[in-house]
Write a protein that binds this ligand. Structure first.
Ligand SMILES: Nc1ncnc2c1ncn2[C@@H]1O[C@H](COP(=O)(O)OP(=O)(O)OP(=O)(O)O)[C@@H](O)[C@H]1O
Ligand SMILES: [Mg+2]
Length: 311
């Protein structure tokens, strides 16, 4: 059975269509990425799927339960880490965990055991009695993940869980996601971080202005990422044929002049840097600056949208 089934799901706010007829399925046990820029409609999709806002049109079900007709049953299937952490300010870390368990009628012994386990895996033992409003952003986010997991849900919605967190918290979140999926949990993850989507997800939907423009394995995303890496060089002195020299390098796929810089696109920036060094010495090129760039989200979207249209 599909963990999530979505058909032509649409949300309008007045004249504005935030989510524009999206359809997809999420298979049980996968990490499904929902990747898009700010304002694409990611949070609105999650809010509809988690029954917080009603769709204007279309339908969806969670493990077979219709989100409108069987909202109660649907809600029993998932946990949510929303975009904005929703723990209760004046309750302690432990009280927040226990309350979340109570709301879902988890028997006391079970929620205490699970709560202790979560404090430990989330690195929250030292903060157990701290009020939620006194937690740092990253710790609060960990608590909210704990609150979502106290019921051991079979499906977890995570709305940009790692956004704005430090390296250690990001690693913890990613490790937890991988562990949960190993144990059979299904994860719906929104992100605007391409690397995160390609690292973690089994499949990725790319959403732009409310529409899904691509739905793919991360393999193609990775290829797109690779193809949109670039190196720029600005020079004080260079031979007249610099453009053809730069283009002649083995892994350079295109060269663009941008103001006082040349931009070389390449799937292999380190190799181009090596060749560039040799060229600089051989042709008396005097560089002012050399920079390496990863792909921007826009590059990837443009490329995906172009490919979609072309295919
Ligand atoms: N309650 C609302 N009323 C009116 N417009 C809304 C409402 N909620 C969202 N929108 C609009 O819908 C669009 C999609 O918003 P949404 O929050 O779903 O985007 P997002 O992909 O989650 O973006 P971000 O990456 O910034 O979190 C935006 O243009 C937003 O302004
Ligand atoms: Mg959002």
């Amino acid at each position: 059975m599909d963990a999530i089934l979505v058909e032509v799901l649409t949300k309008e706010f007045g004249d504005m269509t935030a989510v524009d007829g999206v359809s997809f399925t999420v298979k049980e046990g996968e990490i499904f990425g929902y990747l898009g820029p700010n304002g694409a409609g990611k949070t609105t999709t999650i809010r509809m799927l988690t029954t917080l806002v009603p769709p204007t049109f279309g339908r969806a079900s969670i493990f077979g339960y219709d989100i409108k007709e069987q909202a109660y049953e649907a809600k029993q299937q998932f946990g949510v880490v929303p975009e904005v952490s929703n723990s209760y300010d004046d309750l302690s870390v432990w009280q927040n965990l226990m309350l979340s368990g109570q709301l879902y009628s988890i028997p006391k012994a079970q929620r205490v055991t699970k709560g202790e386990e979560l404090l430990s895996v989330l690195g929250l033992n030292d903060h157990r009695d701290k009020r939620s409003k006194h937690l740092s952003k990253g710790l609060r986010r960990r608590l909210v993940l704990g609150m979502a997991l106290i019921t051991s849900p079979r499906l977890l919605f995570l709305d940009e869980p790692t956004s704005g967190l430090d390296v250690e918290s990001v690693r913890l979140f990613r490790e937890m996601m991988t562990d949960l999926v190993k144990k059979g949990t299904t994860i719906f993850l929104t992100t605007h971080n391409i690397e995160e989507a390609s690292l973690l997800c089994d499949r990725v939907a790319i959403i732009v202005k409310g529409k899904i423009v691509a739905l793919d394995s991360p393999e193609r995303l990775r290829m797109t990422i690779a193809a949109s890496r670039s190196i720029t060089i600005s020079v004080a002195e260079a031979p007249a044929n610099i453009e053809s020299l730069l283009s002649s390098m083995a892994t350079v796929t295109a060269v663009l002049k941008e103001g006082d810089k040349w931009r070389m696109f390449t799937p292999d920036p380190p190799r181009v840097l090596l060749e560039l060094n040799i060229m600089i010495a051989n042709y008396g090129i005097k560089p002012i600056s050399i920079n390496t760039y990863g792909p921007s989200l826009e590059d990837v979207f443009l490329s995906v949208v172009k490919n979609e249209r072309g295919s």
